[in-house]
Design a protein around this ligand. Structure first.
Ligand code: SF4
Ligand code: SF4
Length: 160
């Protein structure tokens, strides 16, 4: 599916797209939401090593995550089902060390450009899957895996 960024307040004196022109804190809600690349990695269950605080990602997905599209199946009402679902905002992003290094919010917060497979850059919302960034089709739902087995399903260590 092709998709192009929109919603942005154009600046006649600066032709750059909003994600290059604005800080995270300056973005309007539509711009903010459109930044999410749809990788779904933040919706994977994570385990923290109590000895050193290192966070490990598993391939066990939140019960609301669509295992193919990698999108939340009830984003507006997600807090009713998953009370600890993290809400990102410009102030919170820099403090979450486990955000994937490819996460668009993390990249921009660190002053880095969006990746070339990001839909705002390439115009294709499926590119995040084609590039192998998401876990589309390569994860299981938490409803199918008992908690004691999550440790066997670790796929990578978070960066910080
Ligand atoms: S890791 Fe970042 S870009 Fe990927 S789904 Fe989560 S918030 Fe969106
Ligand atoms: S409730 Fe939705 S947005 Fe929150 S972690 Fe689960 S799938 Fe992701």
């Amino acid at each position: 599916m092709a998709w192009r960024w929109q919603y942005s307040d154009m600046d006649p004196n600066d032709p750059r797209p909003f994600w290059e022109r604005k800080t995270l804190a300056e973005m309007n809600p539509q711009e903010w939401e459109s930044l999410c690349d749809g990788c779904g990695l933040c919706c994977l269950q994570k385990l923290e090593d109590e000895s050193d605080g290192v966070v490990y990602f598993t391939d066990v997905a939140c019960k609301l995550l669509d295992l193919q599209s990698c999108r939340c199946s009830d984003y507006p009402g997600r807090r009713r089902h998953v009370s600890d679902c993290v809400s990102l905002d410009a102030a919170v992003v820099p403090s979450i060390g486990w955000l994937p290094r490819t996460c668009a919010y993390r990249l921009l917060a660190e002053g880095k450009p969006l990746r070339r497979w990001h839909h705002l850059v390439c115009g294709d919302t499926q590119a995040v899957h084609a590039a192998g960034i998401s876990r589309s089709g390569r994860m299981v739902s938490e409803v199918d895996v008992p908690l004691e087995d999550w440790e066997d399903r670790i796929i990578f260590r978070s960066r910080t």
